[in-house]
Design a protein around this ligand. Sequence first.
Ligand SMILES: [Fe+2]
Length: 206
Amino acid sequence: MNTNQTATYEELRATPRAAGTERAQPDLHQQAREVQPFNKITKMPIALDEAVCVSSVQALNQVLADTMILRDLYKKHHWQVSGATFYQLHLLFDKHYGEQSELIDAIAERIQLLGGISIAMGIDAAEVSIIPRPPRGREEAPVQVSRLLEAHEFALRAARTAARQAAQSGDDGTNDLLVSQVIRTNELQVWFLAEHLVNIPMAKAE
Ligand SMILES: [Fe+2]
């Protein structure tokens, strides 16, 4: 101990934890069995057959993975856009990013309430999604918009398939989420993007 009775960091590090702080010490590096493995369903009291929940969860996880990749593609392009339309595309891409983020939360929480487990990590979404991986580098704005449109169509195809399946199996909540939120939001965003690829004169009509 030094002369003014205040422990230095070196002294604290060398002292065993028997200095009266045992109860305040966080119990670190804990591990245990998972509460629920991925791909296993818990039966929820929502008046839906387990088989219906299983198929809805699987379909929703595909839509979720595609939506997570689409969300990240928007942020990539928000950061990397350049050119004369920088300002409007920078803002538009971030607006759509925010709307996709809201969809992701709604889809993931629907999976959980059906008794399933939602994909959560980007690396898992990348394995499940069929949206082509973009290059890490920067691309021209028209290429960015084309790439986003292609990603939207993958997401919409998965959402339409899942919506039809949910309607046929009587899972009205899943069908409503997919039609009212996922499909309608994606369709609207596609319109806002696609109009940027129409080659209209800027200053003088042809
Ligand atoms: Fe930003």
